[in-house]
Design a protein around this ligand. Sequence first.
Ligand SMILES: CC(C)(COP(=O)(O)OP(=O)(O)OC[C@H]1O[C@@H](n2cnc3c(N)ncnc32)[C@H](O)[C@@H]1OP(=O)(O)O)[C@@H](O)C(=O)NCCC(=O)NCCS
Length: 176
Amino acid sequence: MDGSANPVTLRPLELQDADVIAGWAADRDFCREADWTVDLPINEYRRFHQTLIQSPPPELIRLGAIHEGLLVGYVDLHGDDPHRRELGFVIGERSRWGQGLGRLAGAACLDYGFDQLGLQEIWAEAVDAHQRSVHILQRLGLVETGRGDRGVFLDQPTYYRRFVITAKDWASGRTQ
Ligand SMILES: CC(C)(COP(=O)(O)OP(=O)(O)OC[C@H]1O[C@@H](n2cnc3c(N)ncnc32)[C@H](O)[C@@H]1OP(=O)(O)O)[C@@H](O)C(=O)NCCC(=O)NCCS
């Protein structure tokens, strides 16, 4: 980010957000790219997300990404280490992809993790074949640390790439 206000903000998810999130899953291509189970009845997606919103596992912090008043995605900070968590992000629905919302949501999440949670380090991984995700991590200034396990993306074999950013590096990037 260049220091100007981020048009994507974060807020806690509310129960009715599960309806919106379940709506994204009606699109098979969205599910395939997001690695969600394809072709479940919409009620199952809704119940799954309602449960996660009402009783998230202790290691998951998930926040809604809001743009122009609408829920356009969510971000995750995952893990039980008090100093270090894993970043994740989803933008829905698919028609919103390619407009910079993923990067902005990721930036808002890094702000939250470092400023509100006081984390020292945030890491992430993305499969090499998932170029959107890799680009976002690179544009956010995460540094590649190495190769993770083998993976699959859109039925093709690929491998995970690991990235990390420290609180100090994020703060210095924001002031540039
Ligand atoms: C990954 C995801 C969050 C991206 O959201 P988005 O709003 O489209 O992301 P942005 O528009 O901010 O950035 C996309 C980047 O990919 C690039 N990109 C877009 N389409 C691309 C394509 N077909 N191939 C390669 N790169 C592409 C864009 O140019 C941009 O990079 P840049 O900023 O260097 O120009 C979204 O596709 C999504 O929710 N996918 C499903 C969930 C998921 O896979 N999450 C990531 C794992 S945690």
